[in-house]
Design a protein around this ligand. Structure first.
Ligand code: NI
Length: 225
């Protein structure tokens, strides 16, 4: 499921983050990938140890924590601390699949179920830089307003097209979901959305209660913690 999550950050929040990033040191993005990724990756990243990266990553996680659609769609269990990248001067990232298991500090690991890109540049600031996600239904092109995010299954082949003007700045990270299976997560999101709409429309309380019970019992069946 590829899903657009609008308005994760306000324009003021984006501007504040961009200001901090302008003064930060950027390094070659190939430092954080294996040999397969290194062959096709041409961008810059805030270094893992950068205090700016840590502080801004915390802001991104907090903003997503306030977003009901993000929660309903992703059902996050563990979130890898967000990273930040910058594509400019023809920078691109060819087709690849993200690593399945990422090491956090020490011995902890996060299985990547959901990939998230949060756009921090507006589309009119750069040419190119589309995120292309390839799945059973074809190739999907994503280029969103600053402050908006996209989530998609980490199992998807994807790439970022060359940036031929300006700079494309984004945050990206991976989430281990309570529900590993993408199609199960999608069913839960559809049911959650329908229950919210029925509630807003003042539908029969007993039926809403019954459907809410089904939602939770499906989540109980599928959740891994
Ligand atoms: Ni990727």
């Amino acid at each position: 499921m590829l899903l657009h999550i609008p308005d994760v950050l306000t324009s003021d929040e984006v501007a504040g983050m961009r200001k901090q990033m302008d003064g930060a040191e950027w390094t070659d993005g190939r430092e954080t990938v294996g040999p397969q990724g290194a062959r096709v990756k041409r961008n810059l990243q805030l270094p893992q140890a950068s205090p700016v990266r840590t502080a801004l990553g915390d802001l991104v996680v907090a903003a997503l924590g306030r977003h009901p659609l993000y929660h309903a769609a992703v059902l996050p269990l563990r979130t890898l601390s967000p990273r930040f990248n910058r594509y400019e001067g023809g920078g691109e990232y060819g087709f690849h699949i993200d690593g399945a298991v990422m090491q956090v500090d020490g011995d902890a690991h996060v299985r990547s179920d959901v990939s998230c890109t949060l756009f921090l540049s507006d589309p009119d600031e750069y040419d190119g830089g589309e995120l292309i996600v390839s799945d059973l239904y074809g190739e999907h092109e994503v280029k969103l307003a600053a402050g908006d995010a996209v989530v998609y299954p980490s199992s998807s082949l994807h790439r970022v097209t060359p940036v031929t003007r300006g700079a494309r700045i984004a945050s990206f990270f991976w989430v281990q979901s309570l529900v590993r299976d993408d199609s199960a997560r999608r069913l839960l999101l559809e049911m959650d959305t329908a229950i919210r709409k029925l509630t807003a429309d003042g539908a029969d309380q007993g039926s809403i209660l019954q459907l809410t019970g089904v939602y939770h019992n499906l989540l109980r069946r599928w959740a891994e913690t």
